[in-house]
Design a binder for this molecule. Structure first.
Ligand SMILES: Cc1ncc(COP(=O)(O)O)c(C=O)c1O
Length: 396
């Protein structure tokens, strides 16, 4: 039996593929430092786990409302309203299994073949994947290292067209860790406010930042009614395996997302939603501790990378990724990522796996212990010194 033609257009995420290769290498007795997977290395905070256990004991083990329990939607609406400076109510919130369905469902509901979707490149591979899967046209906008991996605004101006149906923003960003400055968010809002398009603002890393709080385009005048905010529990509360996220969107779109949810999942798991209420309404000190530890690792890891000849990495503004420029090594991204895994025993991702403008970079996730990160720096330095003695020779 033949697969549908659209399956030729769907992509996958290389992080999972590299993880399999790294594990295969470990099975042969090699040691690997894992810097490929994008998930916090901390446990889910104990009070959230306790809330889920209590919910199981209390019998929260049946179907719930498709849109999510009202109490959780209330908690999400209050959290998003206060952090983004908007007025969102539970009627704007959809609870779904992870952040990804807030890409999948709204794109499925909104895009027609021929529509154009503007998205950041390098960027989360699912943006391009879903766009082309649905027969729409991917329109990548380069993120520039020279601008802290913010959008190339001139390119954005040029690419906006009568066919642009969706603009995807992601700040803090995967894979670069870049944060779009508030002033640039304002410029972007001015560019799109009067256009017939919707902004999908992927804010899954909204709580993981090291400078000023990242701005949300939804908070600007006239933008909430044309913005979908994607956020969730995976990264903030180290809950990637729980599969719970949410979208905040205009009510007319909530209805469409509910229909797609009822056709696919019926609802998000009930006991995990009770834990979600505990996460949002309970103490936040473990989130703060996790972010402080990411900050410590980020400085030390980037400093370490910058000491390696041929490698350059500006400390990112958010998330837990270091996007290192490796053009000085003379290798392309794919070769560098393979070399670092096979020779240095450090698993990372090729920048080109995030789009063509990711060529020349590799992505390291610093969601690993400080000690392992320092070990990775040592390994990378000595592997490159062995391969490129000329680059590595001390400058006199
Ligand atoms: C930019 C971005 N958006 C969305 C997601 C999806 O998050 P979730 O695991 O909650 O589906 C990720 C996960 O890696 C991500 O990096």
């Amino acid at each position: 039996m033949k697969l549908a033609e659209r399956m030729d257009r769907i992509l996958v995420e290389s992080a999972f593929e590299v993880l399999v290769r790294a594990r295969a290498l470990e099975a042969t007795g090699r040691s690997v430092v894992h810097l490929e997977i994008g998930e916090p290395d901390f446990p889910t905070p104990a009070h959230i786990v306790a809330a889920a256990k209590a919910a199981l004991d209390e019998g929260w083990t049946h179907y719930g409302p498709t849109q999510g329990y009202p109490e959780l939607r209330e908690a999400v609406a209050a959290h998003v309203s206060s952090t983004r400076g908007i007025e969102a109510g539970p009627e704007h919130v959809c609870i779904v299994p992870g952040g990804k369905p807030i890409l999948f469902f709204p794109m499925l509901a909104l895009l027609e073949p021929g529509d154009e979707v503007i998205y950041p490149d390098p960027g989360f591979p699912i943006y391009q994947s879903m766009t082309q899967f649905l027969g729409a046209t991917p329109v990548p906008i380069p993120l520039l290292e020279s601008r802290g991996f913010s959008f190339d605004l001139d390119a954005l101006r040029d690419k906006l067209s009568g066919r642009t149906r969706m603009l995807i923003l992601n700040s803090p960003q995967n894979p670069t860790g870049g944060v779009i400055p508030a002033e640039e968010i304002r410029i972007i809002a001015d560019l799109v406010r009067d256009r017939d398009l919707i902004v999908l603002s992927d804010e899954i890393y909204s709580r993981i930042y090291y400078g000023e709080r990242p701005a949300s385009i939804a908070s600007l005048p006239g933008m909430q009614e044309k913005t979908i905010i994607l956020d969730g529990f995976s990264k903030t509360y180290a809950m990637t395996g729980w599969r719970m996220g949410y979208g905040v969107m205009p009510e007319w779109l909530v209805d469409a997302v509910n229909k797609l949810m009822v056709n696919s999942n019926s609802c998000t798991a009930s006991f995990t939603q009770r834990a979600g209420i505990a996460a949002l309404n309970g103490p936040q000190d473990e989130v703060d501790r996790m972010v402080a530890e990411f900050a410590r690792r980020r400085s030390a890891f980037c400093e370490g990378l910058n000491r390696i000849p041929g490698v350059r990495c500006a400390p990112p503004g958010g998330a837990f990724y270091a996007f290192a420029n490796i053009t000085g090594t003379g290798m392309d991204s794919r070769t560098a990522a393979d070399f670092l895994l096979n020779t240095a025993g450090v698993a990372c991702l090729s920048g080109a796996a995030f789009g063509k403008y990711g060529e020349g970079y590799v992505r390291f996730s610093y969601a690993n212990s400080y000690e392992n990160l320092m070990e990775a720096v040592k390994r990378i330095e000595s592997a490159l010194a062995g391969r490129y003695p000329k680059i590595s020779a001390p400058v006199s």
